[in-house]
Design a protein around this ligand. Structure first.
Ligand SMILES: Nc1ncnc2c1ncn2[C@@H]1O[C@H](COP(=O)(O)OP(=O)(O)OP(=O)(O)O)[C@@H](O)[C@H]1O
Ligand SMILES: [Mg+2]
Length: 443
């Protein structure tokens, strides 16, 4: 599964902030405003008696269309934070905007309206109505909105089809497995057709394998629907897999916000660093994250001498060949180049072979192990337009997975590179490729 490719990469100019929190606090207990003042002055929360400071000075923005994950240990304040978003808790202090509307200062009635029209929630324990059929559960939010029966059932059926439960509409929730029930929960949240979906530990009650499937299905759905999803989890692997961006919470505070790659490669502090030690990097990092500058590369218009020279210095047994637009055409081995030079060939045309393994920059590492193991050469990494953007030697792949016994090692070549002395001999004994393009390496 190609996770990273599904992540949105919107440029700054077309991001639209859907949720904006500024200095948000939630303090439970008495004299909560005094507590906020003390917290603002830097008093540690465990030195303020009689209150629980669940969320402290939280500032973040959630962009339209992204999956924003809030992650942290139990008790770090995740649920409290999103309960302020859907109004289950009032903020003790700070500002909170949803869809451009400041919600900390508006009337309750207006607030309910905004919530109903823009936010739905998926719960950990599904919270389905047991005496209603699956389709009636899904249609429930539409019923509350007063949508006529035929119309709401038709809509509910469409959504059930979308979560692969099309034929289960007339069953009751207890006739479904946990994973299926949670899909009904998601379908119900989708039925309300709100921009924002809040999911609080939505997959935590599921078996690991089902959970993995649900994560993948959520990503697939998201590719179609482009919802704005705020997903809470204490599972870092889940956070890394789902999140376009992740906010890490500790003791009520957000300690880092960043992309999974940011958090993995540049943890803000020791706490985050310890957290990410256990991450399955292979599911988070992409080929694009770990690739190196493509080298050696020659243009398809160059000749075998140029190819040979390009391989001489890095002691490589093959060189990638690209066209004028850097599109990957194939590869040339040193042996073939030596023979071609000896024959007096002036162009590469006869000796370009297909590259055995090409991967996409957006492929996650777990999907490129097999090609890497099977490939005698460093993997060629291409972008969406098939342009060569990098290479991944096997050692790099291993090193990217973190320190381990295999992190260093030799790159296995298809054969020993032709010795430099032989290359030099062959070059000395031959005519230039084509004088005009002799030194035209595509770098
Ligand atoms: N209604 C409440 N009244 C008093 N304290 C509360 C209330 N809700 C939460 N808390 C406290 O606020 C802190 C944060 O709780 P919260 O439920 O937000 O954590 P969490 O990160 O969601 O944890 P978990 O992963 O266990 O769900 C905890 O210390 C909790 O005891
Ligand atoms: Mg919680």
């Amino acid at each position: 599964m190609r996770r990273a490719g599904s992540k949105i990469h919107v440029s700054d100019t077309d991001t639209e902030v859907l949720v904006r929190a500024e200095g948000l606090f939630k303090v439970f207990g008495r004299r909560t405003h005094d507590a906020v003042e003390k917290l603002r002055k830097g008093t540690p929360r465990d030195q303020i008696d009689g209150v629980t400071a669940a969320v402290i000075d939280a500032s973040f923005e959630v962009n339209r269309g992204e999956i924003f994950v809030v992650m942290g240990l139990s008790g770090s304040g995740k649920s409290t934070l999103i309960r302020m978003l859907n109004g289950l808790h009032d903020a003790t202090a700070g500002k909170l905007q949803i869809n451009g509307q400041e919600i900390t200062t508006i009337s309750d009635k207006k607030l309910r309206e905004i919530r109903r029209s823009s936010i739905s929630m998926v719960f950990q324990h599904f919270a389905l109505l047991p005496h209603r059929t699956v389709i009636d559960n899904v249609a429930y939010p539409l019923e509350i909105q007063g949508v006529p029966q035929a119309k709401r059932l038709a809509r509910a059926q469409e959504i059930l089809d979308m979560v692969d439960l099309g034929s289960w509409g007339d069953k009751f929730p207890n006739e479904l497995s946990g994973g299926m029930q949670q899909r009904v929960g998601i379908a119900r949240a989708l039925a309300a057709d709100t921009d924002i979906l809040l999911m609080d530990e939505a997959f935590s009650a599921l078996d690991p394998l089902i959970r993995r499937e649900m994560q993948e299905q959520l990503v697939e759905l998201q590719q179609k629907l482009h919802k704005t999803i705020i997903f809470i989890t204490h599972d870092l692997n889940e956070a890394m897999f789902l999140g376009d961006r992740i906010a890490v919470m500790r003791d009520g505070r957000i300690v880092q916000i960043g992309s999974p790659e940011d958090i993995l490669t540049d943890p803000a502090n020791d706490y985050v660093e310890q957290f990410v030690q256990d991450v399955d990097r292979a599911r988070v990092l992409t080929a694009g994250n770990v690739m190196e500058k493509p080298r050696p590369v020659v243009s398809e218009t160059s000749g075998p001498r140029t190819a040979l020279r390009a391989m001489r210095e890095p002691f490589l047994a093959a060189v990638f060949v690209v066209d004028r637009n850097r599109k990957l055409i194939g590869m040339v081995s040193d042996r073939d180049a030596v023979k071609a030079v000896r024959r007096g060939d002036r162009s590469l045309a006869g000796i370009i072979k297909p590259v055995p393994s090409v991967v996409q920059a957006s492929d996650v590492l777990i999907d490129i192990f097999v090609p890497a193991v099977e490939s005698p050469l460093p993997l060629a990494v291409v972008d969406e337009d098939e342009r060569l953007v990098g290479v991944i030697p096997r050692v790099t792949l291993l090193a990217a997975l973190g320190p381990g016994p295999d992190a260093t090692g030799e790159i296995t070549l298809p054969h020993e590179p032709v010795p430099t002395s032989i290359i030099d001999q062959v070059l000395a004994d031959s005519e230039p490729d084509v004088p005009a393009t002799d030194s035209k390496e595509a770098n």
